[in-house]
Design a protein around this ligand. Structure first.
Ligand code: FE2
Ligand code: FE2
Length: 379
């Protein structure tokens, strides 16, 4: 008997496994746990059906013969990426081994095969026209899936990390935050246009997640041009990634308000740096930098902004870099109350703040980093 719910569970586990595999190494416990679960589910389905077909029709997935109608951003993204690659149908046959499944998920997550040249034994894929045809699309073509998989997976995993940290959990979530920073750093090393890909990732339903990743990538890119050593870059990236963690304590009605927030709501919102610093103070991040950056990221170069600071010392250099990246990403992104600006418009507005709102030296460096990335992206 066909159990619709378990067939749909295969699809949901598939998307989660791809997201995790885009971020973590294959041996990571999160990846292993998801792959094991997926393997068992596929095994149950192929045990009953012989072959499990997963297809794309219109804007939906179809598992076996059942259309799955409850799309979410992760599934929509997967659907688009698969379709771009002509993978409108994936078939898993009875006899699939954990090794082949792991290899396939890693291929979907990274867009690259492991280089061993091994053929797919129990998996085939192709365009929808090939359903029932004996010949699936040749596998192992050199085309790669968009790397934005990595970023999309990171947004979802970041969500659980931020929630865990805001709830007072340290240790594991901090390590996982570092894993994301490592992925971002790796992405930046391999693909200089990553920042631009990131900044196009505006469709995630949670603004803070994509924003945090964007700010992290911009700050790491800025810092790497300044010659910080690798280890320090990780610490800087983690601080930038967590800069808005205080928003976890701001009511969703304010964060997601469709119109502009009023003065009272703004006052509440302005508490997020101090709230975030308090959260991070209680967590062992192996560094004070996340606390400092979180507290200072809305303090402007001329010390206006919030929270009010009385000392005459300039903000930490990483706070100054984060503040610039933060404003840029906020201007570029679609918000409920206005459309995201074009890069030129955002930069022309920011230019006026050079020397007052923004540290002029870091602003120039930010500009160079951004324009270099843009040239690499060929936009
Ligand atoms: Fe903020
Ligand atoms: Fe922010």
């Amino acid at each position: 008997m066909k159990d619709k719910a378990s067939l749909f569970a295969v699809l949901l586990d598939l998307v989660q496994s791809i997201q995790a595999a885009a971020i973590y190494p294959e041996q990571h416990p999160r990846v292993q746990a998801l792959l094991n679960r997926l393997f068992v589910r596929i095994g149950q389905a192929t045990g009953a059906l012989g072959t499990l077909h997963l297809g794309i029709i219109g804007d939906h997935f179809v598992v076996d013969e059942f259309p799955f109608l409850e799309m979410n951003p992760a599934l929509t993204k997967l659907l688009r990426d698969l379709r771009e690659k002509g993978m409108e149908k994936i078939s898993f046959r009875d006899g699939l081994t954990p090794g082949e499944l792991n290899r396939f998920i890693s291929f979907l997550a990274t867009g690259t095969e492991d280089g061993s040249g091994r053929k797919w034994e129990c998996i085939s894929y192709g365009t929808i026209q090939t359903i029932g045809a004996a010949e699936p699309l040749p596998v192992g073509s050199s085309e790669t899936l968009p790397r934005s998989h990595l970023l999309f997976g990171a947004a979802d995993i970041l969500k659980s990390i931020l929630t865990a940290l805001a709830g007072g959990g340290g240790g594991k979530p901090v390590t996982e935050g570092r894993d994301i920073v490592r992925s971002v750093m790796k992405g930046l090393r391999e693909d200089a246009s990553l920042i631009h890909r990131l900044l196009q990732l505006t469709q995630h339903d949670d603004y803070t997640l994509t924003h945090s990743l964007n700010v992290c990538a911009i700050v790491v890119a800025q810092a790497s041009t300044l010659g910080f050593p690798e280890e320090r870059l990780q610490e800087i990236g983690l601080a930038a990634l967590l800069h808005d963690i205080g928003k976890e304590r701001i009511p969703a009605e304010i964060l997601q308000k469709p119109g502009r927030i009023d003065a009272e709501e703004f006052a509440r919102m302005a508490e997020h740096p101090a709230l975030g610093a308090n959260i991070l103070r209680k967590i062992d991040c192996n560094s004070d930098l996340p606390v400092i950056v979180c507290f200072e990221h809305h303090v402007r170069y001329d010390r206006s902004g919030y929270p009010k600071v009385s000392c005459r010392e300039p903000q930490h250099v990483v706070s100054r870099m984060t503040q610039i990246a933060d404003v840029y990403d906020a201007l570029r992104t679609n918000r409920p109350y206005r459309k995201g600006m074009e890069m030129d418009t955002a930069l022309s507005i920011m230019e006026k703040g050079k020397g007052t709102e923004f540290d002029p030296v870091f602003y120039e460096n930010f500009l160079r980093t951004l324009l270099a990335g843009q040239a690499d992206a060929g936009t």
